[in-house]
Design a protein around this ligand. Structure first.
Ligand code: FPP
Length: 246
């Protein structure tokens, strides 16, 4: 099934360079099986692997995953620490595979809010995979788009104050260059699982012209077949970027 979809999407040729995913529904997946929520998050790790491998197969250049928001800190302490442990587990289990597949990992978010163990794990995976050229994997951890924009505004204000930036010269590029995502093109396709139709404080600036795709599939059930279906759907869209069709 997934091979057949891959052949179809390759034949179309109009690939998204950057796919972003809001991985949602782990809790509901667990609840429907009478399992603790943390087991839903654990099951979601397999889908992260599917998404990474699927993006490599489809020729996607950047995959951005929303793994933990600033708002998620307000979840019960046991769930927060389970999610941080899961991140550590993902990094220790997957770094060798990611390196072998030439995946470069970058973590986007407020690092000051992370504990030293997670911070060390993040720095290690970034260093160990920095030679990767096939896929850039951006993991959003302790990430909030409003906070990202606030930080960019603060940086710009400091530069103006220091006299290194003229307010006349502030344009869209000045803001984009000061976001966590400065090194990446804007996402072409945003996938959200579990049927929720919200952006949830994710990449608010970068999603201006991104195609949105919502699937009812819960994140732990998400496989590369679902990714290829989303890309095929993207390929059928007409992107006008506010203009009219030629
Ligand atoms: C949302 O589901 C999901 C999260 C808050 C965490 C996502 C994390 C993973 C998939 C774990 C692995 C990721 C990496 C990068 C190691 P939810 O808890 O809001 O689900 P619900 O809406 O059904 O309650």
């Amino acid at each position: 099934m997934s091979n057949e979809l891959l052949v179809r999407l390759k034949a179309c040729g109009d690939f998204p360079r950057h796919v972003a995913i809001i991985m949602d529904g782990n809790g509901r997946w667990a609840r429907s099986r009478l399992l603790p929520r943390t087991l839903g998050h654990h099951a979601g790790m397999k889908s992260v692997r599917e998404a990474v491998e699927g993006c490599i197969e489809a020729g996607v250049e950047v995959l951005t995953l929303f793994a933990f928001s600033q708002e998620n800190w307000a979840r019960p302490a046991t769930e927060v620490s389970a999610l941080m442990n899961l991140l550590d587990e993902y990094i220790s289990k997957e770094t060798a595979n990611l390196r072998e597949s030439s995946v470069r990992v970058t973590v986007l978010g407020d690092r000051n809010s992370l504990n030293s163990r997670t911070l060390t794990a993040i720095e290690r995976v970034e260093q160990d995979t920095e030679g990767g050229t096939r896929l850039q994997l951006a993991l959003c951890i302790a990430y909030s788009a409003r906070e990202e924009l606030t930080c960019a505004a603060r940086r710009i204000a400091r530069e103006v104050e220091a006299g290194t930036l003229d307010p006349q010269n502030i344009d869209e590029q000045s803001i984009a260059e000061r976001l966590y995502t400065a090194a990446f093109p804007d996402p072409d396709l945003l996938i959200r699982t579990s049927g929720e139709q919200r952006i949830s404080n994710f990449l608010l600036w970068q999603l201006a012209y991104t195609e949105l795709y919502v699937t009812p599939v819960l994140w732990p059930d998400f496989s590369r077949t679902h990714l290829f279906e989303a890309i095929l759907d993207f390929q059928s869209r007409e992107r006008r970027f506010g203009r009219v069709t030629a």
